[in-house]
Write a protein that binds this ligand. Sequence first.
Ligand code: FPP
Length: 225
Amino acid sequence: MNNPNHIAIIMDGNGRWALKQGLLRNLGHNKGSEKVREITIYMAKRKDVSYLTLYAFSTENWKRPKKEVDFLILLLNKYLKKEEKTYTENNIKFNTIGDLKAFDIKTINMIEELKEKTKNNTSLTQTLALNYGSKNEIARAFNSIKNKQDINEEDISNALDTKDIPDVDLLIRSGGEKRLSNFMLWQSSYSEIFFIDTLWPDVEIDEIEKIIKDFVKIHRKFGNI
Ligand code: FPP
């Protein structure tokens, strides 16, 4: 009966949320970024969750129309600037996974600065997956250890972007689709997965709380009996 130490979320449904209210898709992303703040603060206040990982931008998201991609990056820049106090006031450590090289130097610097400023914070490690794709991460990891011999599971885990964070206990996907979309395929090999229909901007703490309660009831056997 353990609470999840690491929760990961595929935040889907921003676009549909906006269209449903007759708004432009980008306004759904705006609302989605407010939800990121709300859920992150909530997890920081819960003493039993140490890691929260959020899928904010995938390696596949570059295929979206340039206008939407530009908006998402602008939103990320604004978020990094505006939310610094959220991290400091709530003792949250900021972390990322994904290949940051794809972003411009201004964004990379903001990311690195926020990591540096929050590196000693202890209530929660919030990881944003940025230009993240599991297959891309695994390929980069293999390249980094290609000269090693007799590679074992630990060598691979240690070469992944997630080397400093434990595997995912609870994976939640909002927005009604039932797939992993190239998110943490290695790290979620024994995760409990919950798919909810609620669109990300509409997800409330109560719904997350209910999922955690259901998670706690699961007898996790990890292949044992
Ligand atoms: C999926 O919604 C969501 C994304 C592609 C990105 C997630 C981004 C945010 C929650 C906001 C930005 C976050 C930060 C931290 C700045 P979708 O557009 O695929 O929705 P749809 O399936 O309804 O079209």
